[in-house]
Design a protein around this ligand. Structure first.
Ligand code: GCB
Length: 581
């Protein structure tokens, strides 16, 4: 799937603005015909979550109707017109000028509708019904009956089976774009290295099959390599780049790949995308980037900020990358759902490595509804790989976070997802992030292991000696059983900024520093450990429960408004001192 782009042959119109919203707790909207338009809406910013814009709607996770009216920004010609939603959480159904376009389940991933036949020159009305309810048969699930999940005997409110606030609404831009009906519909790039030559294979796909010719030009770092190929429905070409400038953290070299389609010597479509030449693979106990071992230093994060909730906030993306650079991180995981396309594009430009995770968090394996949950996870995996396959920054796919996967059908469930991901991408390692340790059935077939651990926090509270001993023993046991590299993808301590204790005590800044330092000592003593991702980069909003002071998870090394705690200075000293980056 190509991100919409504006040039002589393609146009994009961003519908981000104030829309109208009408909350519909009593489900009146459908019978009353709101799909064709409604009155008495109130203004809401798109993109952004509704829960932070209206105090009275903070915990409302039901149905809401959105609408906006717009004139076509260009003359309507014989182009194809497509409406694209970057992310709507959770279930979206859309109508243009009263005609139903379709629906999409699941947040954090894009979907689009062809509106060529429906778009008017003036007075278009787009209506979107958003259903944000939490339910056991949704992914991620919520309102799951107690005892189904091992929830440490605690429930949060809203009752999600995951630890972040279940923000709802239109979270990323809604774009109208225009392309040639027989233009490019998809491009897939795979890069390889042979000696000092970079190999860039490009697979192109068109919307309609007509005789045409594609001209491909790869430019940058002193190179300009061109080729042409006849293309009906699709074509495949490999470009060779002598003395290639490879992509890596610290030297995120990108080339511009320009693809033009022409017939009768007339260009009718063009798409340009950045290409980073790099390889990534697991070999023995190591993760190799461009053939050299790489150690991951960084964070699990969240898309989360006051006022916008989970809505796209470009300035926050720039700020967070600046903080990651300041602290010396080289990587992060998109815990626990795919991040915005803007975030991914900057990871390529700024040189960060990304473990790209699907929205499959809080999975459980009761037979009831299992097939549906698997179907949804397959859909998410497909959509994620389709969206992010061309990013050099993406070094691995994570199929899920902390599934309750010691339950029997989990192994088979993940085998299905692994095979699907592998069939779509033969190049990147695939993993599952677990908390069940040795009982994780997926560890038998994933390419490297990811483990989340909170010894000396949820268990052995305050006892770092014992906690670190358990961590060390567990890592050794996992390695001797599976013989695969492992990244610790979560470890950390809730920390109230400004709370101090000597000797260190839980919730103090000193305890967070001590815990991170002691864990990292253990990790770095194991040659098979390929990374340390602290939980979390920043404090973030979650549901209310006894362990979440003020409705926040406070494990950030930065506060929610991005101020460093003591731990940020500690990590900076450590990570900036590390040679590899
Ligand atoms: C975990 C989860 C994460 C939580 C974290 C915590 O294992 O993956 O979503 O926020 O623990 O702080 O408890």
């Amino acid at each position: 799937m190509l991100y919409p782009q504006s040039n002589r042959y393609r146009r994009v119109f961003d519908l981000s603005d104030f829309w109208d919203i009408h909350f519909d707790p009593d489900r009146e909207g459908r019978p009353a015909g709101w799909a064709s338009g409604f009155v008495d809406g109130q203004p809401i910013a798109v993109p952004a979550s509704w829960n932070e814009q209206f105090d009275s709607m903070r915990d409302y996770l039901g149905i809401a109707w959105y609408q906006t009216c717009f004139d076509a920004p260009w003359d309507i010609t014989d182009q194809k017109y497509i409406l694209r939603f970057g992310s709507v959480n959770y279930l979206a159904e859309a109508w243009l000028n009263g005609t139903r376009l379709g629906s999409h389940e699941g947040g954090h991933l894009p979907f689009e509708f062809d509106v060529t036949q429906l778009l008017h020159a003036e007075n278009n009305r787009l209506v979107v019904r958003v259903d944000g309810a939490l339910a056991p048969n949704r992914v991620p699930p919520g309102n799951v009956p107690l005892n189904t999940l091992d929830r440490f005997g605690e429930v949060n409110y809203p009752d999600s089976s995951f630890d972040f606030f279940p923000y709802c609404g239109i979270h990323r831009p809604v774009l109208l774009y225009a392309v040639a009906p027989d233009g490019l519909s998809d491009v897939t790039i795979i890069t390889d290295i042979n000696g000092d030559t970079g190999l860039v294979s490009v697979h192109i796909q068109r919307r309609e099959s007509t005789p045409a010719r594609a001209r491909l030009t790869l430019q940058g770092h002193g190179a300009s390599i061109s080729t042409t190929v006849e293309v009906d429905a699709q074509a495949e070409v490999t470009l060779k780049v002598p003395r290639a400038a490879l992509w890596a953290p610290g030297s995120p070299n990108l080339y511009d790949l320009n693809i033009e389609l022409e017939k009768d010597s007339r260009v009718f479509d063009r798409y340009t995308l950045p290409v980073g030449i790099r390889t990534i693979r697991v070999e023995g106990d190591q993760l190799l980037l461009n053939g050299r071992p790489i150690y991951l230093r960084g964070f699990g994060r969240h898309e989360d900020f006051p006022i916008v909730g989970r809505g796209l906030l470009p300035a926050l993306i720039v700020k967070d990358y600046a903080l990651m650079d300041w602290i010396g991180a080289n990587s992060f995981r998109t815990s626990h759902y795919p991040y915005s396309e803007q975030m991914m594009a900057l990871a390529d430009r700024l040189g960060f490595l990304v473990i790209d995770e699907t929205p499959a968090v809080g999975l459980f394996f009761d037979e009831d509804g299992l097939d549906r949950r698997l179907d949804l996870c397959c859909q998410y995996t497909r959509e994620l790989i389709d969206r992010d396959k061309n990013h050099p920054s993406v070094i691995a796919w994570s199929l899920a976070n902390e599934p309750h996967s010691h339950r029997p059908p989990a192994g088979e469930f993940f085998r299905n997802l692994y095979d699907l991901a592998r069939s779509m991408d033969t190049t990147r390692p695939i993993t599952v992030v677990t908390t069940v340790g040795e009982k994780e059935e997926a560890f038998a077939f994933v390419d490297f292991m990811c483990l989340n651990r909170y010894y000396a926090w949820y268990s052995e509270p305050g006892q770092l000696d014992i906690g670190c001993e358990r961590l060390s023993e567990e890592l050794d046991a996992l390695y001797s059983r599976y013989h695969k590299p492992l990244a610790l993808t979560e470890f950390g301590a809730d920390t109230v900024a400004g709370c101090h204790a000597e000797p260190p005590e839980m919730f103090s800044e000193e305890y967070q520093v001590e815990m991170l330092a002691r864990y990292i000592d253990v990790l770095r003593s194991k040659p098979f450990v390929i990374g340390e991702h602290v939980w979390n980069m920043c404090d973030f909003k979650t549901g209310q429960m006894v362990r979440r002071v003020g409705g926040y998870n406070l494990k950030g090394v930065f506060t929610r408004d991005r101020r460093p705690k003591m731990a940020a200075h500690y990590l900076r000293q450590l990570w900036k001192g590390d040679k590899a980056r």
